[in-house]
Design a protein. Sequence first.
Length: 180
Amino acid sequence: MTDTQWPRYMVLHQERDDRPHPHAGTVHAPDAEMALLNARDVFVRRPDCVSLWVVRADLIFTRTQEELTLHPDWLESIQPRGDTAETYYVFAKLTQKGQFSHVGEVEAENLPHALKVALQKYPDTRGLAWWVFPVKTVLKSTPDDITAMFAPAAVKDFRDQANFHALSVLRKLMRKQEAE
């Protein structure tokens, strides 16, 4: 990272309480708090949002199915060392066109161990790629944030392209100028 490039944060966006947090995209920010605000500005232009999570991209451990298939010995070499376990989020990309989706959580000692545990815990999930990252590294919006962060998008018609009537106004102006 150069001094002109802020860290990249992955944004996870929940549309309703009964849905998971799929990957929405990325933002750059100097810290997690600013990343959450940038994520709101970029990904909550439409009203369907009840929760945002951000996590630094460099804290995410990722492997593709191809990497796991080509190097099965890597996965087998991961053994627990008796360290203190912590909770990790597990995300998987299930289709070529789809985004990463939240699969669940695992308890593990480190990032590679978390991936190994996730693959054992979710054997029916046929992920094309996997992400694991510690729960403690995620900055999350809270239910108290909904009114301030997400509700305004529902009443800001200026953000809806259907409310831009510029072409009609321009045509009227051009006709008026031609008539004069």
